[in-house]
Design a protein around this ligand. Structure first.
Ligand code: SDX
Length: 433
């Protein structure tokens, strides 16, 4: 990581001027390094939501919110989405380079050897109510993997042990996710078939059943592969930061991934893709009056928000949303599927991007705005949309966790400014008013 040095920052506090180092990243992003601020000055900084605070340096993903740039390990997302595959991008994110054919073949075969989960894990699914949200099931079952591989709880792990766990997580997550779906509809689970590639195997476990042959549709498989690539990492977002935070206490990778899955569930984060479809369905059922709902989204007294719009970092278009929108049109045309809500989504985008409220706040469609329409066209139920997001984000979470461990980063423990009561003595219950 090239951290170019430059003139230190000066800060004057209580009449004393302090110098703080400034670091400059590969793409000329600049940061004031406050690692020693409290020791030097007694002050800390405050930044609710970390809108201005970097938690780490990282070589995994670069994004520029103003320019709508997203690169995994330096490679533009547009090129990877067009030319790569999800397991190749997973290798790139986790190991930092594009694999040779030999390396990719071995990676794919290493993963395919671990697609089964312990038979005892089937009992977990029987315990959940059929209406259980699959995110709650998947997060719990992924965390439970750590109970079947207790050796993972060692704090010192060799790179071979870490690699084995990486293969297991990547291999078993699709199985766990597909089984959550099958259980929710009362259908028999389908065991992975390793003659399929990664994405085909997932579709097989989701939609095949023992009573008939299941044909993988290459159009669907290619579209899903592209979607997973587009979700694979996004630097220090809420769920990736959660994975790093949990991993920083030396918790194992299964537990860290489960924590990231739970963080992603929130409707402001990965849960937005489910919320978008529910919102579009609601607008459709309401007669498709897009202008009415855009006005509601602008009204501060109305809790309605345009889900799938806005982003903490992208203050220009989200490059992923552009690619997904194109893929949406292509897939629905190829499948001969017409979905009224795609037209509603496009109309919403058109109206909002002309409206000063959205333009002034730089609110554009994000990765979640169109993705649900594609998942629905594939036959994936709405409640599984965020599970799909987690499946795509898996290699990114793993890469972030590995980097944090490799860099020997300390346990994450933010400070605070206390604003509660001052010192006071205990009052016996009989004397309280
Ligand atoms: C993801 O971080 C990542 O990289 C995440 C992600 C990834 O790949 O990991 O990209 C995936 O999580 C995408 C975002 C999915 N979430 C949604 O689509 C939910 C809807 N969007 C918002 O809730 C919101 O835009 C956030 C949460 C995404 C970002 O919130 P911020 O950065 O904290 O911004 P904010 O809530 O302070 O909003 C700034 C202004 C406010 O208005 P004012 O107070 O300035 O008047 O914009 C308004 C907000 O009210 N606003 C919206 C809006 N989003 C922001 N108004 C209407 N509809 C919206 N969707």
């Amino acid at each position: 990581m090239s951290e170019k040095e430059q003139q230190p920052a000066q800060i004057t506090l209580d009449g004393t001027t302090y110098s703080l180092p400034v670091i400059v990243g590969t793409e000329n992003e600049k940061a004031i390094d406050i690692t020693k601020l409290r020791d030097q000055t007694g002050y800390i900084t405050l930044d609710s939501g970390y809108k201005n605070t970097g938690a780490t340096t990282s070589a995994v993903t670069f994004l520029d919110g103003e320019e709508g740039i997203l690169r995994y390990r330096g490679y533009p997302i547009e090129q990877l989405a067009e030319k790569s595959t999800f397991t190749e991008v997973s290798y790139l994110l986790v190991y930092g380079k594009l694999p040779t054919k030999t390396e990719l073949d071995k990676f794919n075969s290493d993963i395919s050897r671990h697609t089964l989960v312990h038979e005892d894990m089937k009992r977990f699914y029987e315990a959940y109510p059929s209406k259980a949200h699959p995110m709650g099931v998947v997060a719990s079952v992924v965390c439970s993997l750590s109970t079947f591989y207790p050796e993972n709880n060692k704090t010192k792990r060799t790179s071979a042990e870490i690699d084995l766990t990486v293969h297991r997580v990547l291999a078993k997550f699709p199985t766990i996710a597909a089984w959550a779906y099958k259980n929710s509809i009362g259908h028999p689970i389908m065991y992975p078939k390793n003659s399929h590639n990664y994405v085909e195997n997932f579709l097989y476990m989701m939609f095949a059943n023992p009573s008939e042959e299941y044909e993988i549709d290459p159009v669907v498989a290619n579209a899903l592969d592209k979607l997973l690539i587009l979700h694979a990492d996004h630097e220090q977002n809420c769920s990736a930061s959660t994975v790093r935070m949990v991993g920083s206490s030396k918790a194992n990778l299964y537990a860290s991934i489960a924590a990231g899955t739970i963080a992603l569930w929130g409707p402001l984060h990965g849960g937005a893709n489910q919320e978008v479809i529910e919102m579009l369905d609601m607008i459709h059922e309401d007669g498709g009056n897009v202008d009415k709902w855009v006005e509601k989204a602008k009204d501060k007294n109305d809790s309605f928000r345009l889900m799938g719009f806005g982003h903490r970092v992208y203050k220009n278009f989200d490059p992923r949303a552009k690619i997904i929108k194109q893929a949406c049109d292509q897939l629905l045309n190829k499948l001969g599927v017409h979905d009224d809500i795609l037209e509603i989504a496009k109309k919403l985008e058109e109206v909002a991007l002309r409206d000063p409220y959205f333009v002034e706040r730089k609110l554009y469609p994000n990765v979640d705005f169109y993705s649900g329409i594609i998942y629905r066209a594939m036959g994936i139920p709405t409640e599984m949309f965020t599970v799909m997001f987690a499946l795509g984000r898996l290699p990114g979470w793993i890469a972030q966790w590995k980097e944090m461990i490799a860099n020997g980063e300390p346990i994450g423990r933010p400070r605070q400014i206390y604003v509660g009561e001052g010192l006071r003595d205990y009052v016996n219950i009989g004397d309280r008013v």
